[in-house]
Design a protein around this ligand. Structure first.
Ligand SMILES: [Zn+2]
Length: 109
């Protein structure tokens, strides 16, 4: 079993995994990971700061079997639906879900 830290972007729902335990990463390190991604969202500085804080405070430590570890999106930010995460890896966001965009659109074709 191997530990990893999962970050999630509240804007586009992309996820990023970092190998290791959460306490191995300073807040600054996690912030810079978040910021790198947020730069792609064309936000102004205050919004980047707010989102960055949210991503860091929602960072979740998970432990996965070694053979599953390489399936995690450890190299880059990846769309939530395009990668694998264990069940319950992102259960921390109950607080402010209604504040985010209405990304749940069911198209019944
Ligand atoms: Zn994003």
């Amino acid at each position: 079993m191997k530990p990893a830290v999962v970050l999630r972007c509240p804007i586009c729902d992309a996820v990023r995994a970092l190998g290791g335990r959460r306490n191995e990463y300073s807040k600054q390190k996690l912030s810079s990971q978040a910021e790198t991604h947020l730069r792609g969202h064309d936000l102004d500085e205050p919004k980047v700061a707010i989102r960055k804080y949210g991503i860091v405070s929602d960072a979740t430590e998970i432990v996965v079997p070694s053979e599953s570890h390489r399936r995690l999106p450890t190299k880059e930010w990846t769309g939530r639906d395009d990668t694998w995460l264990p069940d319950g890896a992102l259960s921390g966001g109950e607080r402010s879900q209604s504040a985010s965009t209405s990304s749940v659109e069911v198209s019944s074709l």
